[in-house]
Design a protein around this ligand. Sequence first.
Ligand SMILES: N[C@@H](CCC(=O)N[C@@H](CS)C(=O)NCC(=O)O)C(=O)O
Length: 69
Amino acid sequence: MYKLYGAKQAGSQVVQAVLEAAGADYKMIWLDLSKDESRTDEYLQINPAGVVPTLVLPDGQAMMESAAI
Ligand SMILES: N[C@@H](CCC(=O)N[C@@H](CS)C(=O)NCC(=O)O)C(=O)O
C-alpha cells in the first residue's frame, strides 16, 4: 500500500487525485502545517525538507516533489 503524507489545500492534492484516478491502494496521512506537523523529528526522517507531499511506496522508499511523484 502507498502512504501519502499531505495537507489540506496543499500540493499533495494533485498526488491524491492521481492515486484516486489510478485506483491505487493508498492511505492518506494528514499533516496540519499550521501546527508544524511537517517539522517533527519523525516526519523529517521521512522527508528531510519538511514539506508535503511525500509518497511512501509499498517497498518503503519515499518519493518527494509533487511533479516527480
Ligand atoms: N516543490 C515542492 C514544494 C513542497 C511544498 O513547499 N509544500 C508546502 C505545501 S504546498 C509545504 O509543505 N509547506 C510546509 C512548510 O514549508 O513548512 C513540491 O512540489 O512537492
